[in-house]
Design a protein around this ligand. Sequence first.
Ligand SMILES: Cc1cc2nc3c(=O)[nH]c(=O)nc-3n(C[C@H](O)[C@H](O)[C@H](O)COP(=O)(O)O)c2cc1C
Length: 209
Amino acid sequence: MNIIENLEWRYATKKFDPEKKVDEETIEKLKKAIQLSASSYGLQPYKILIIEDEALKKKLQPASWNQSQIVDCSHLFVFCSDATITDELTDDYVKLKAEVQSLDLADLQGYGDFVKKKLSEKPGHEKASWTTRQAYIALANLLVACAELKIDACPMEGFEPSQYDEILNLSKQGLKACALTTVGYRSENDTAQHQAKVRKPMEILFEKL
Ligand SMILES: Cc1cc2nc3c(=O)[nH]c(=O)nc-3n(C[C@H](O)[C@H](O)[C@H](O)COP(=O)(O)O)c2cc1C
């Protein structure tokens, strides 16, 4: 299968088969695809909670517009972006980069200061929007990895972030829920799998200059 066939195969799954669970080896691959996501400056200002616990999924369903995917999926990925941008985020990255690439931390200080300065220039509301945008890149990678591995998924914004924050105790960790992806196997009865894709025509979507 090539990438286009995979992307045509995938669809936003409306009805999962609650009996079918994704095995741990596959979940590890999906986690790896998320870990390998690109992010601005490489900072990855987010964390992903992976929820399998049925009682917790049930508790989150009313906070998710009662969508059935939340309880019927195998694993619920909750993308949580950093609530704000701290200097610590850059400091941790620079330290890790020095370790991984065997560099002298002192040589990276100028770069770290530059990143911190650029990020501090963002207005308050833009900071949270920036961290959220980074998380969405990771979400997109998850969707592509699922398609590649023939795992069904539904990206979801239909939930109440403030309720998720409360139930999952996110504020205390400096996080906020920004998007979900339910992962599992489609139900045979999910009619959405047979629907043709609705996409803007190529000539509207693209312009060659
Ligand atoms: C960020 C985002 C949020 C979405 N939220 C929901 C949702 O809450 N519930 C749902 O059933 N589908 C949701 N969708 C699925 C979209 O409706 C779907 O991706 C779109 O209609 C294109 O269809 P396809 O993914 O099946 O090709 C969401 C998609 C994205 C990318």
